[in-house]
Design a protein around this ligand. Structure first.
Ligand code: FES
Length: 103
């Protein structure tokens, strides 16, 4: 299922924003002219990744609680303490809208 979550221009590069699509909370991240979508819950504990810092150069988002950094492309944690990946979603820009694909 594809869902429009916002206008691309509503997003700020280097920041994450939380959206709910169906029953899933998703952190949508803009880095320059691209968008990424990752499940908005750390795999280590129930913490919203959208509250964390975005690292544009490495395309990662850091959990605000214990600082695990997750790849926005694969969802894998690149630093401890998290060891399990977070789900990532296909995100595209279509006619100025940010479209997330949730299967
Ligand atoms: S809650 Fe995210 S790293 Fe611990």
């Amino acid at each position: 299922m594809k869902s429009v979550v916002c206008k691309f221009d509503d997003l700020v590069s280097g920041k994450a924003k939380r959206f709910v699509v169906g029953d899933r909370a998703i952190a949508v991240v803009r880095i320059e002219n691209k968008v990424y979508a990752i499940g908005d819950q750390c795999s280590h504990a129930d913490v919203a990744l959208s509250d964390g810092e975005v690292f544009c150069d490495t395309k990662e988002i850091e959990c605000s609680r214990h600082a695990s950094s997750f790849s926005l492309e694969t969802g894998k944690p690149n630093t401890l303490p998290a060891t399990q990946p977070v789900r990532v979603y296909v995100a595209n820009i279509e006619n100025g809208d940010v479209v997330i694909e949730v299967k």
